[in-house]
Design a protein around this ligand. Sequence first.
Ligand SMILES: [Mg+2]
Length: 301
Amino acid sequence: MEDIYLQAQRPKYDCLLFDLDDTLYPLSTGLAAECRKNIGDYMIEKLGIDPTKIDALCNLLYKNYGTTMAGLRAIGYDFNYDEYHAFVHGRLPYENLKPDPVLRSLLMSLPYRKIIFTNADKIHSVKVLSRLGLEDCFEGIICFETLNPVHKNTVSDDEDDVAFIGSPMNSSPAATSNSESGIFDIIAHFSKPNPGSELPKTPIVCKPSDHAMERALEIANLSPQRTLFFEDSVRNTQAGKRVGLHTVLVGTSQRVKGADYALESIHNLREAIPQLWEASEKKSEVSSISGKVAVETSVTA
Ligand SMILES: [Mg+2]
């Protein structure tokens, strides 16, 4: 009989940090495609953007700001964040997400802290986890609202200000940004032969910005060198690497720069990274003194 205690060094990781969409379920569910379509519809219907510009605009905003939403705010559109999320996520085919007992038992057998880190909003995140039957597998969710909390208006104590959730501008909700004036023309900007690097800044904190990555580590009290980060997005994976995380690219077996591992599917976890279970050979008495974790606790939808 092997003396397992001899090889039971300190486990390599304390925490597994998971992106949600297209990481814990596959692209084939169709949610991502629907979501992109809804974002385009929102831009046309609610922001009055020319339908012929949607594709180019979405690409540029996503590329330069991490999410289309963050980009829309940067170039001058103002809108209510909750309304935006309800519009783009509200009509997603959630019924395509089925309980995933295989993933569930994989997660349950891993003796580490497990946290979700997503750019999506809380309602969507909870709904997805609940559909997958994973709602109790995670210690918490770092989501849009975690990184973009509503700040009390410091200028005035007026109670009414608190009602303008996620909308610090003084716009009335109905008349948001229909005029083209005041909107930075990012398409024209990038069609110049030599576009300057100065782009308007976004107030939204989201992956893959270093700030978002660092905030997440801080909020969950994680040491990046002791955390394994799962992501389907190459640039988010690389952002993780920049802040010192160990990284797993999910959705392809093609490893890229910045990814320590690549998995076609999260279901391949045990085959691809068996070391994750080696630590559990020894008595897995995970300390529950997890510091003050200010992450959203997952609640049942
Ligand atoms: Mg994702």
